[in-house]
Write a protein that binds this ligand. Structure first.
Ligand SMILES: NC(=O)c1ccc[n+]([C@@H]2O[C@H](COP(=O)([O-])OP(=O)(O)OC[C@H]3O[C@@H](n4cnc5c(N)ncnc54)[C@H](O)[C@@H]3O)[C@@H](O)[C@H]2O)c1
Ligand SMILES: C[C@@H](O)[C@H](N)C(=O)O
Length: 373
């Protein structure tokens, strides 16, 4: 029986301050027989007494995807290398493995995840594991397991151990009946992908645990994220990363979305900074627990034109992927993030020209180094 059903009392507000966690990473060696899903009805959440001056001890699930390594780098600079643990089910590349603590964690393995949280005195959990929109449609059963069952494990462990929990949502949490231009925080959400359905579920479950049990749940709906040094994991917005690599390497790009498909987008540095800012925001500044964040909106032809200002010889052709196109046509065109801006001061740094310049500088210098070696 899920532990949530066994609680008769509403737990007190989970502690809001970031917690301490200065121990070196602990390898899981014990088998724990006690399950928090079987606690008795008079149980209450841990009352964690951390000093305000101590750093949080952070665990990032699904950390080897497009966003996790960058977030770990940012958090490690802020809180210290040993206070941020990356985890995933994949083998980390050598530079990631040697840059700070890494641990194997399958979010579908509840006991293992709980053991990692306990043994390492985790206080913040950033839950990045997911199957994105296009790969989710290709494997609905796996997406349902990872995105929904995995989330249940994370929620229960976060609630039981008084963690601050960040779960990203997405523009994909909206659907064809949502207002698309712009899309506000609160409106109809009837997505038509398993990815979107699982993210609406995550938003609602996180907010429910917050109101019912005091879980410090925080959620941002990210737009499509664009990064130079990490590859996207199979989404609908991936074209906006691929164009830069192809433009620099071959001077040609074949786009899988129609030229006028407008979607909200953001450079990775803005996305990761927003995540840290929202995690650090005092609870009383958060009038909601799930916020839209945005930076820019553009279509493939507008992005191509901006890239062609720097690389005029770039040739762009279109070969439409019907699955991705149908998904994109149901998503927001512009995202209204005024609540994030008003409540906790969200402000993006990168618009389209800065994004293009930054991406080309990064990928261009990378390819010059590769050619020189
Ligand atoms: N990248 C974007 O454009 C974007 C936009 C909106 C929201 N998001 C959200 O941000 C989060 C991170 O996105 P990303 O782009 O880094 O995703 P990604 O697909 O690149 O990485 C996801 C990671 O999850 C891991 N994973 C899969 N199954 C797992 C399991 N059973 N246990 C543990 N890990 C598992 C994968 O190995 C992978 O490394 C996701 O929740 C995603 O929905 C991303
Ligand atoms: C938008 C986002 O959630 C992801 N990049 C996708 O396209 O699936």
């Amino acid at each position: 029986m899920p532990f949530i059903r066994t609680f008769s009392k509403v737990a007190k507000q989970a502690l809001l301050s970031p917690g301490c966690g200065c121990q070196p990473i602990t390898v899981a060696v014990r088998t724990i027989s006690f399950s928090p899903r079987q606690v008795t009805s008079d149980a209450s959440f841990h009352s964690v007494s951390f000093s305000e001056t101590d750093h949080p001890k952070v665990l990032i699930t699904g950390g080897l995807g497009q966003l996790g390594v960058g977030l770990a780098t940012m958090l490690r600079k802020r809180f210290g290398n040993n206070n941020v643990i990356l985890s995933d089910i994949r083998k980390p590349p050598s530079h990631v493995f040697h840059s700070g603590p890494f641990i194997y964690s399958d979010i579908l393995d509840y006991k293992n995840l709980r053991e990692i949280v306990v043994n390492n005195r985790i206080t913040w959990l950033v839950h990045y594991s997911a199957l994105l929109s296009a790969v989710g449609e290709a494997n609905v059963a796996l997406a349902r397991d990872v995105n929904i069952t995995g989330l249940h494990n994370v929620l229960d462990i976060a609630a039981e151990h008084g963690l601050r929990l960040f779960v990203p949502s997405t523009i994909g949490a909206f659907g064809p009946t949502s207002p698309r231009n712009p899309t506000p925080d609160l409106c109809v959400q009837r997505p038509r992908t398993i990815y979107g359905v699982s993210k609406v579920h995550a938003e609602l479950m996180g907010e429910y645990y917050h109101h019912r049990y005091g879980l410090d749940f925080r959620c941002l709906r990210y737009p499509g994220i664009i990064s130079a040094d990490s590859q996207p994991g199979g989404g609908t917005t991936d074209y906006a990363v691929a164009i830069f690599h192809d433009a620099v390497k071959t001077g040609k790009f074949e786009c899988n979305l129609k030229p006028d498909t407008r979607l909200p987008m953001m450079y990775i540095d803005d996305c990761l900074r927003a995540t840290v800012e929202m995690m650090e925001a005092p609870a009383d500044t958060l009038s909601m627990r799930t916020y839209n964040i945005n930076a820019m909106s553009f279509s493939p032809e507008e992005l191509a034109q901006e890239v062609q200002k720097q690389l005029p010889d770039l040739e762009v052709t279109y070969d439409i992927d019907q699955v991705r196109q149908a998904i994109a046509d149901s998503w927001p065109m512009n995202f209204d993030d005024s609540n994030a801006r008003n409540d906790w001061g969200w402000k993006h740094d990168y618009d389209l020209p800065e994004l293009v310049q930054t991406m080309l500088n990064y990928i261009g210098s990378d390819s010059r180094i590769a050619k020189a070696n």
